[in-house]
Design a binder for this molecule. Structure first.
Ligand code: HEC
Length: 139
């Protein structure tokens, strides 16, 4: 109970303090994601870790894509709390995404919602999303 309350308070503080949230998100990215995705999000496409930079914003602008970014195993199965994953994914959208467009930041409730819905096949989901954001140019 106390731990839960504490983590709620920490979560709220993180959302309330952009500087602290940014530092925590950057550290979480380094520890939990960067090994596969590299510091800039370019990944290892030849080894199945896609370059996420150009798709982040287009995916985050459509409902199914918002789900996918949270449902992929790297996000959903990480040891991060929903609060920290929320701050992290918003940091990723802000720092690693290419292009000048923006997307609505995630709320904790939205992350909790998508995280609870398993994604059957990330590869199939990604191909479908690519087709949705840019019909006919599926790679
Ligand atoms: C062990 C390697 C690994 C780690 C660690 C990892 N990922 Fe991933 N990630 C992948 C792979 C592989 C994919 C492609 C989808 C799939 O097969 O799961 C992916 C896909 C993604 C995508 C979709 C990118 C796209 O262009 O389609 C996002 C977003 C993502 N991961 C976020 C994260 C976050 C956030 C973390 C850290 C909390 C993380 N990943 C940690 C391997 C990893």
């Amino acid at each position: 109970m106390r731990a839960k309350l504490l983590s709620m308070v920490v979560g709220l503080c993180l959302l309330a303090s952009p500087a602290l949230a940014t530092e925590r998100a950057q550290a979480d990215y380094m520890v939990h994601c960067q090994g596969c995705h590299l510091a800039d999000g370019s990944g290892f496409p030849e080894r199945g870790v896609p370059d996420m930079r150009s798709v982040l914003i287009p995916f985050a602008q459509i409902e199914e894509g918002r789900g996918y970014l949270i449902q992929v195993p790297g996000s959903s199965l990480s040891s991060l709390s929903d609060e920290r994953l929320t701050v992290l994914i918003n940091w990723i959208l802000q720092e690693l995404a290419q292009g000048s467009e923006t997307a609505e930041p995630y709320s904790i409730d939205e992350v909790t919602h998508w995280r609870a819905i398993p994604l059957e096949d990330p590869g199939v989901a990604r191909a479908r999303l690519l087709e949705m954001i840019s019909p006919g140019s599926n790679d």
